[in-house]
Design a protein around this ligand. Structure first.
Ligand code: SF4
Length: 365
């Protein structure tokens, strides 16, 4: 992590993790009375969105650690539960929604992990199948370099039989997690793309080959794994590249270990377009033809999305007919055209994912 400044909430300076993180980064922590001081430092930079990636703010999460996935009323949602362990990311994908989600975006890590553990224990006690993930507001594994927080989570989930944790990443930072007794309650998941798209739009991330090599190692250590082709960027000649990534995936990773694979085409709120154009001048990313969806997000035309989903789904099903394959934020018409099925036929998308988690992760319902 190339962090240049470390801020700590004055209420949190006594937390033992502060010293460990400061040592790992080689920085002297600067106490602050409130987040406003950090925001002011970020906003003073010429590129606040970029500056927020180089300043780390350690604080307590004073809200709920567990939140429901926002989803939308108009598209099929996967119903997973967000574990809000941290915010923002040190990597720099041109399409990253977090660039315009936080005002301003600041790399933030929450130290009150005992509260997180207590919230989780209360959920475990409900005896319901639930899927949790930390990859909504951050990349799950960028924190491996400075914190043992993921190790604690893997152990916590390993101690129960109803819930599963998904750690989603574009890194290869799995060394610390490999030897853990995970009991298949943690899914290591990678965002995938075609190699050229990743190289062009995913600055600072591990290459696709490296991600797949890490996934193969995780699967070989018994971890359930998952893959998210999201966002699919539709450009001239791109489909062949996506099909190539799918072939490489199945040549490396044992299909039996795959819990689910998702497909999701690029979509973004209109406000992100200006940020992309300012931060990545000349990028063709947001220049394609988009239409506004029912949730206000810009999307590629339906027939284009369906064409990509259908071809990718066929390639995936040829190699892994039984794998749980789903579309992210699409409606029934797209599901039917692309996958030949609508989630309702299987009790809904959430039920489909629960079933996959039970089957591959050994949960008991
Ligand atoms: S890895 Fe994920 S969170 Fe990080 S910049 Fe890319 S899209 Fe955003």
């Amino acid at each position: 992590m190339k962090i240049e400044a470390l801020f700590v909430d004055s209420d949190s300076t006594a937390e033992p993790e502060v010293e460990r993180i400061a040592t790992a980064l080689g920085l002297v922590p600067r106490p602050v009375e409130s987040a406003r001081e950090v925001f002011a430092a970020v906003l003073a930079a010429p590129d606040p969105v970029g500056a927020g990636k180089r300043m780390l703010y350690l604080t307590a999460n004073r809200g709920a650690f567990i939140r429901d996935c926002p989803g939308t009323a108009h598209y099929t949602c996967c119903g997973y539960r967000i574990l809000h362990i941290a915010a923002y990311c040190r990597m720099d994908c041109a399409y990253c929604i977090l660039q315009s989600y936080f005002h301003p975006p600041v790399l933030t890590y929450f130290l009150n992990r005992r509260d997180l553990a207590a919230e989780l224990q209360a959920e475990f006690a409900k005896n319901a199948i639930q899927r949790f993930g930390t990859g909504e507001f951050t990349d799950s594994l960028i924190w491996e370099a400075i914190s043992a927080g993921n190790e604690d989570l893997v152990r916590l989930f390993a101690g129960q039989d109803r819930c599963v944790l998904e750690l989603k990443t574009k890194t290869v930072a799995i060394e610390r997690l490999l030897p853990l007794a995970h009991r298949r309650r943690t899914i290591l998941a990678w965002s995938l793309n075609r190699a050229a798209t990743a190289a062009r739009y995913e600055r600072g991330t591990a290459g696709i080959d490296a991600r797949l090599a890490a996934a193969a190692r995780a699967a070989a250590r018994g971890y359930p794994v998952a893959f998210h082709f999201d966002p699919i960027v539709i450009e001239e000649g791109a489909l062949a590249g996506y099909l190539e990534t799918i072939e490489t995936l199945f040549s490396r990773v044992d299909a039996e270990r795959i819990v689910w694979i998702s497909l999701g085409a690029l979509r973004f709120m209109p406000a992100l377009k200006a940020v992309i154009e300012r931060r990545f001048p000349g990028t063709p990313l947001a220049c394609g033809e988009f239409i506004s969806g029912l949730d206000g997000k810009m999307r590629y035309f339906k027939p284009l999305r369906i064409r990509f989903y259908r071809a990718m789904a066929q390639a995936i099903r040829r190699r892994a007919p039984g794998v749980c394959l789903y579309l992210c934020m699409e409606d029934d018409e797209v599901w039917q055209e692309a996958l030949g099925v609508v989630p309702a036929r299987h009790g809904g998308l959430a039920a489909m994912l629960d079933e996959a988690a039970v089957r591959v992760c050994g949960l008991s319902g």
